[in-house]
Design a protein. Structure first.
Length: 95
């Protein structure tokens, strides 16, 4: 689990990933060197309208090994999902 808190804001972002056998095997076969961002676990779509929360969540996802596509509106998120090359492993959507 990784988490970050935004100072002077009421936002808290936590990233929880299942530690099942498939994930463990994926991580073992695609070793991620410390400091390497955006490789190994696939593509993540992040839909968030708050710029600071988006930055924080994007960092958490990248540090975890995802290549992150950021959309600042629901409409932009739907467009990203509809793109011909959209093959997201994870979608994180602001409610």
């Amino acid at each position: 689990m990784r988490s970050r808190r935004l100072p002077a804001r009421s936002a808290f972002v936590a990233l929880l990933l299942a530690a099942g056998p498939a994930l463990a095997q994926s991580r073992a076969s695609t070793a991620i060197a410390p400091g390497t961002r955006g490789h190994g676990l696939g593509k993540a779509l992040l839909v968030e309208d708050d710029a600071l929360v988006a930055l924080l969540a994007q960092e958490l996802l990248a540090d975890a090994g995802f290549a992150v596509t950021l959309a600042s509106t629901g409409k932009a998120g739907v467009s990203a999902l509809a793109a011909p090359d959209a093959r997201f492993t994870l979608a994180m959507v602001d409610m």
